[in-house]
Design a protein around this ligand. Structure first.
Ligand code: COA
Length: 261
């Protein structure tokens, strides 16, 4: 039943929630799901009235339990490479959308599910979540950017350990090593994600976009170049009406009315 709509897209004001909807296979990502995700992201990117996205999984058990192993089991070398590149393109889009994407990790985030969460801007985990990259136990390795994003998030040593053992972490341990931003009781996860999304959606969207860009693009640059890039974005944001409004509102001791211009 769920496979008719492997992805649910819901809009609530400035926030779009994308829900992986294959609970019978713990929301594993197959090719149609990946394509639907790419399309939903492109739609959200093109729509200026969408300010923040939330990604989550349907059911109480899983965020996303990985790429669909039924597809992996029959892959050819050329097909596997194409598959990895296709997944990387979609996950890169999550990271480079120009809008914050919050992962609300409501259960298993394994393999591609962990890689997807790592491509998100901020990760909130239910206290019941289990997070990791178990690919090695299947005789493969992470192929959606996991070897690179995990090492950048938690450091090379921990990434080596997690990817070589394939053992998932409980939520509190993921928090301790910086793999997730917060752990919350499972029942309150979506409220927490919506509250965070609403707070960021209330911020001026051009400043938000440049902050994402400064951190995401800057982090792979030499430090001095990244700081010059930051200064350029700082200059660019000074051209916005929202900058004038934000600074004026502070001086006039009133709440700002940002318009996204
Ligand atoms: N791809 C395809 N099917 C998957 C899947 C995946 N990544 N993860 C789970 N499923 C399916 C199971 O085969 C099972 O199907 P069935 O009911 O037809 O037997 C169903 O989802 C429920 O999973 P099950 O294993 O019975 O649940 P569990 O609670 O015993 O274990 C996990 C949960 C997450 C520990 C276990 O499903 C698992 O290890 N999944 C694979 C995780 C993985 O290696 N991901 C990386 C892929 S690259």
């Amino acid at each position: 039943m769920a496979d008719d709509t492997p992805l649910l897209v819901d809009r609530d004001g400035l926030v779009t929630t994308i829900t992986f909807n294959r609970p019978a296979v713990l929301n594993a990502i197959n090719k149609p799901t990946l394509e639907a995700l790419g399309q939903a992201l492109a739609d959200a990117q093109a729509d200026d009235s969408v300010r923040v996205l939330i990604l989550t999984g349907s059911g109480a058990k899983a965020f996303v339990a990985g790429a669909d192993i039924n597809e992996l089991a029959i892959q050819t070398p050329v097909g596997a490479r194409e598959h990895a590149l296709a997944g990387q393109r979609v996950f890169d889009l999550v990271e480079q959308l120009g809008k914050p994407v919050i992962a609300a990790i409501n259960g298993y985030a394994l393999g591609g599910g962990c890689e997807l969460a790592m491509a998100c801007t901020i990760r909130l985990a239910a206290d019941t979540a289990r997070i990791g990259l178990p690919e090695v136990t299947l005789g493969i390795l992470p192929g959606y950017g996991g070897t690179q994003r995990l090492a950048r998030l938690v450091g090379k040593g921990k990434a080596m350990e997690l990817i070589l053992t394939g053992s998932p972490l409980v939520a509190e341990e993921a928090l301790r090593i910086g793999l997730v931003n917060r752990v919350v009781p499972a029942a309150g996860l979506m409220d927490e994600a919506r509250a965070l999304a609403a707070l960021i959606a209330s911020r001026p969207p051009l400043a938000v976009r440049y902050i994402l860009s400064a951190i995401h693009e800057g982090i792979d640059m030499p430090f001095a170049d990244a700081c010059r890039f930051e200064a350029t974005l700082f200059g660019l944001v000074a051209a916005t009406e929202d900058m004038r409004e934000g600074t004026r509102a502070f001086l006039e001791k009133r709440p700002p009315q940002f318009r996204g211009r």
